[in-house]
Design a protein. Structure first.
Length: 148
């Protein structure tokens, strides 16, 4: 999806995700300055999140990788749905790691079920968009049969 094709909702979600990522990295820096942490732990905190965010950005820019490396390019609504799915999953994952980080800095603890709730949200987004893609493909097949 090109930037000129993004709706206001897409722009808001993308902006909030970037803000959340910057806030998470800032909180990690605060946590590192406040408490003595081994250097490798610091690298693992940043590296894991940056690789995850980078991977999601690649999938968002090239959703064809969702089908497999050598597959045909996604077109039409399938591409739009795939990009939106990746964007919303990225949003949920970033805020899913931001909330425990904020709680950690404030000295609070998060219930163990929190990570399950975040994963359920990600899976719900994936299921919703897979269903939308399935519906779209089914409708396209029906339209092709009518034209013949």
């Amino acid at each position: 999806m090109r930037k000129n094709e993004m709706g206001i909702g897409d722009i808001i979600v993308e902006s909030l995700t970037i803000f959340g990522m910057i806030l998470y990295l800032g909180l990690q820096m605060f946590y590192i300055c406040r408490y003595p942490i081994h250097g490798m732990t610091m690298v693992f905190h940043f590296l894991a999140v940056l690789l995850l965010y980078g991977g999601m950005m690649v999938l968002q820019c090239h959703p064809e990788f969702l089908n497999g490396r050598g597959s045909e390019p996604l077109t039409g609504k399938v591409r739009i749905y795939a990009v939106r799915m990746v964007r919303l999953c990225k949003f949920l994952i970033v805020y899913g790691i931001l909330v425990p980080s904020m709680a950690d800095v404030m000295g609070m603890s998060i219930d163990e079920a929190y990570s399950l709730i975040v994963m359920a949200g990600v899976l719900a987004v994936i299921a919703y968009y897979i269903y939308r893609i399935y519906q779209y493909n089914k409708e396209e097949e029906k339209n092709k049969k009518k034209k013949k």
